[in-house]
Design a protein around this ligand. Structure first.
Ligand code: WT7
Length: 535
């Protein structure tokens, strides 16, 4: 089956329909200066990138890695790779050498697009990357050597014309998304051009933008959310969107929401928790009346944050669930559904989600088990790049095992419990760390928390809580007692942590997921391993 090339559907089609001048991106810099970019702008710039890539020897199926921070040039580069029929792989600038090496070598990247400040990391590992032919930098005025060329200079010398196939086979590889499993090296989930249909449809079904709505997805494009719902879905549906150039900044974020009159906001619980730590009056100083709805993804939207968010932003918050592997939102909340705080919502139209036990038998409502999806949705990852074994491991016949534990209630709402491998079995009782964390987060002295299981000679596992205290708080016997009683009352006596440890920050990856394995390793006095995706 043929589909539109992603670059055609997201850019060129607007130009051909006479809508090229439409606003595609409202860019806000860290100094709050603004710049508006049109569909035509990105169509032109990506053609230049594609022509350069082809000139440098990129042929269909080759990988081009994009190792630069969120920026308009990142978007042009991504679509340039699509026009050249290559496979794009956007990587976090925060990656360390080892993390970078794993990804660049697994993806067989022939070209890396980077910038001065990150160049050092690549040159340090270049010798271990036989496939790497060329490095392009976005911020050098001149070429540095035969292998380090200035993309900026090449762009000024290249015409914005590139003839590329408008229609491609739906299975044509488009981009790789690396994701860290609970074991082994990071795996590159491969997505295809045919995935765009699901990305657009899910965006329409769940975000439900109206004609002139302004949309803002705070996710970095090196994260699946940033590429799918920060670039592909909004461009592919011709949405108006804003992007803020930097990372989290409470004042700039709140100002952006207010002054640009953002209508639909897609963010993450960690961001909300960070905002929750800010002075309350910051929120009353701003007018968020343009905001219609908020959406959340990536980690459980604890009732605590949900209620806080609703209170300060005065809108509904819709949680959504999906993964790097699923390519689009699978389960979610959206109007006119009634939100049950703490629930991920229901499978969207066309998605079949269910709960199985370890023997892959369907579980009744209310019973916790493996969250599974029926194989075959369009945006499904097609493999883990060069790791077919890890891919097959995720499937039992036609069923995809997500790696999460969840349950479904009688009304069809799904409730996240934890990753399948993080559930703590204490004295035969299964305890989800999320439940304990949710409870502890409601304690006012605590701003962040992570719970893990540790080996225990009597109980099999005992529960360990790592807590980050509010700045003005210190740990005390009284506070510990308060926490125990609270968990006992809120969750169950079996869920009471055996130990509490105060820490300065909870280790999380770029998408805000708690890195329990790091805590476990630290707790057991072992090497935490690859921490390259940590904040
Ligand atoms: C894992 C996937 C696609 C964006 C998410 C990051 C966890 C995701 C939720 C949610 C609880 C969630 C799951 C999932 N997760 N959304 N709404 N509630 N947990 O993608 O890095 O591939 O991680 O994130 O554990 O399996 P990812």
């Amino acid at each position: 089956m043929n589909v539109e090339n992603i670059a055609y559907a997201c850019l060129t089609r607007f130009v051909e329909n006479g809508e090229g001048s439409r606003e595609a991106l409202h860019w806000v810099d860290t100094d709050l200066s603004e710049q508006i970019y049109s569909f035509e702008y990105f169509d032109r710039e990506s053609s230049r990138v594609a022509a350069i890539l082809k000139q440098l020897g990129i042929v269909p199926g080759d990988t081009v890695s994009i190792f630069i921070p969120r920026s308009p040039i990142l978007i042009s580069a991504f679509f340039g790779v699509q026009k050249a029929m290559g496979i794009s792989c956007i990587l976090f600038g925060t990656l360390g050498e080892e993390g970078l090496l794993d990804r660049l070598s697994n993806s067989n990247a022939k070209i890396v697009i980077t910038r001065k400040s990150l160049l050092r990391k690549i040159t340090a590992i270049k010798d271990k990357l036989p496939a790497l032919q060329q490095i392009l930098t976005i911020d050098h005025d001149d070429h540095q050597s035969d292998s380090v060329l200035s993309l900026r200079k090449l762009m000024t010398e290249t015409d914005p014309i590139f003839d590329y196939p408008r229609w491609v086979d739906a299975e044509t590889p488009a981009f790789l998304q690396y994701t860290s499993g609970s074991t082994g090296k990071p795996k590159g989930a491969l997505h295809v051009h045919g995935a765009l249909g699901d990305m657009r449809q899910s965006f329409r079904d769940i975000m439900q933008l109206e004609a002139d709505d302004l949309y803002w997805c705070t996710a970095d494009p090196a994260w699946i959310t940033g590429i799918v719902y920060g670039i592909l879905a909004p461009f592919g549906t011709g949405a108006r969107q804003v992007q803020y150039s930097g990372t989290y900044n409470a004042d700039n974020w709140l100002k952006t929401l207010e002054t640009l009159k953002v209508n639909i906001w897609y963010t993450a619980p960690t961001a909300l928790r960070m905002l929750m730590q800010e002075d309350e009056n910051k929120f009353t100083q701003h007018d968020f009346s343009s905001l219609k709805r908020m959406y959340s993804v990536g980690e459980p939207l604890n009732p605590e944050i949900y209620h806080w968010g609703r209170k300060v932003f005065k809108v509904e918050i819709y949680d959504t669930w999906w993964q790097s592997e699923t390519g689009s939102m699978m389960i979610g909340n959206h109007p006119p559904m009634t939100v049950k705080p703490g629930s991920m919502g229901k499978p969207r139209a066309g998605v079949e989600a269910f709960i199985c036990n370890d023997d892959m038998q369907l579980q009744p409502d209310g019973k916790q088990g493996l969250l599974c999806l029926r194989k075959g949705w369009g945006s499904m990852f097609r493999t883990y790049f060069h790791n077919e074994a890890a891919y097959s491991d995720k499937f039992k016949n036609s069923i995809y095992i997500t790696g999460d534990l969840a349950y479904r209630d009688e009304e069809g709402y799904f409730w996240y419990v934890s990753r399948a491998d993080d559930v703590i079995n204490t004295a035969g009782h299964l305890v989800g760390p999320f439940e304990v964390e949710s409870a502890l987060l409601e304690i006012e002295e605590i701003v962040d928390v992570a719970v893990i299981g540790a080996d225990d000679p009597l109980l099999h596992k005992r529960i360990i809580a790592f807590v980050k205290l509010r700045n003005d708080q210190t740990w005390s016997k009284e506070l510990e007692l308060k926490c125990r009683i609270y968990v006992s009352n809120k969750v169950s006596t079996t869920a009471i942590p055996a130990e509490f440890h105060v820490i300065d920050s909870v280790p999380k990856n770029q998408s805000g997921k708690i890195l329990r394995r790091v805590l476990k390793a630290i707790y057991e006095g072992k090497d935490p391993g690859d921490t390259s995706t940590m904040e």
